[in-house]
Write a protein that binds this ligand. Structure first.
Ligand SMILES: C[S@@+](CC[C@H](N)C(=O)[O-])C[C@H]1O[C@@H](n2cnc3c(N)ncnc32)[C@H](O)[C@@H]1O
Length: 228
């Protein structure tokens, strides 16, 4: 019997409009898939890059967002480093960046997932992440002075109540610039909400969840302008 994959419909009319708004950044084909960030969420992050002139952008969990953000940082003269745990996917995306002429602007760096040592703080009702990007490799792979951090990895879909993405701020906090924004995709999920609450106290700034686009965000520079 064939396997039936039930992928939930997640795009709304706002995503189609955002896709239209993103078009100037997409002169080449971008392979959008069920793993991709919703265009309305991605366009909100691009708004931040453009309006706040972000120049050192780091993304955890690469994909079509990487291709779009690579063009966005071209507008600010910045650089994008995307971290990806799957080596084959990292290679495929770097090939696309090269063929789009974006390889000097953006790079996908492979960082494997490894077991986390027992360092996670108290995590309330949910289980702390047991696997995350290898910390030492991540340290070498990421720049200092990050002014926009987008967290959309490691994959969290099958892991129920685990705080899969919580380590991101704890580990990268020392690499953040004085002025920065941090985004978390899939913020409609309960573990991601709890993650955002933890990030609030770790960073000492308020976070907002825009449910309509499933995006969480905190910034040293105040609120943000979600797209359509
Ligand atoms: C939530 S996805 C990241 C999506 C990415 N930020 C985007 O908007 O396209 C998390 C992980 O899923 C995997 N993934 C995403 N798109 C994929 C694809 N088209 N094929 C295979 N794996 C994919 C990658 O390993 C990625 O790190």
């Amino acid at each position: 019997m064939p396997e039936i994959r039930a992928t939930p419909e997640k795009w709304s009319l706002g995503d189609l409009l955002a896709m239209q708004a993103l078009q100037p950044l997409i002169p080449h084909y971008v392979p959008w898939t069920a793993w991709s960030m919703r265009p309305a969420a991605l366009a909100s992050v691009v708004n931040d890059v453009v309006l706040r002139h972000r120049r050192t952008v780091v993304e955890l969990g690469a994909g079509s967002s990487t291709m779009v953000l690579a063009r966005a940082v071209e507008l600010t003269g910045g650089r994008l480093v995307a971290i990806e745990h799957d080596p084959g996917f990292a290679t495929a995306l770097n090939r696309q960046l090269r063929s789009a002429g974006l390889h000097e602007r953006a790079v996908v760096r492979h960082v494997p997932l490894t077991a986390l040592s027992a360092e996670a703080p108290q995590t309330g009702s949910r289980r702390a992440a047991e696997h995350w990007y290898d910390r030492e490799a991540l340290h070498h792979a990421t720049p200092d002075g990050i002014d926009l951090l987008l967290v959309d990895g490691p994959p969290a879909g099958d892991l129920g109540d685990v705080l899969v993405r919580e380590p991101a701020v704890r580990v990268l906090r020392n690499k953040l610039a004085a002025s920065f924004s941090v985004y978390l995709d899939d913020a409609e999920r309960e573990p991601e909400r709890e993650t955002l609450a933890m990030w609030e106290s770790q960073l000492g700034i308020p976070f907002t969840i825009v449910e309509r686009i499933s995006l969480g965000m905190g910034s040293t520079d105040g609120g943000f302008a979600p797209t359509l």
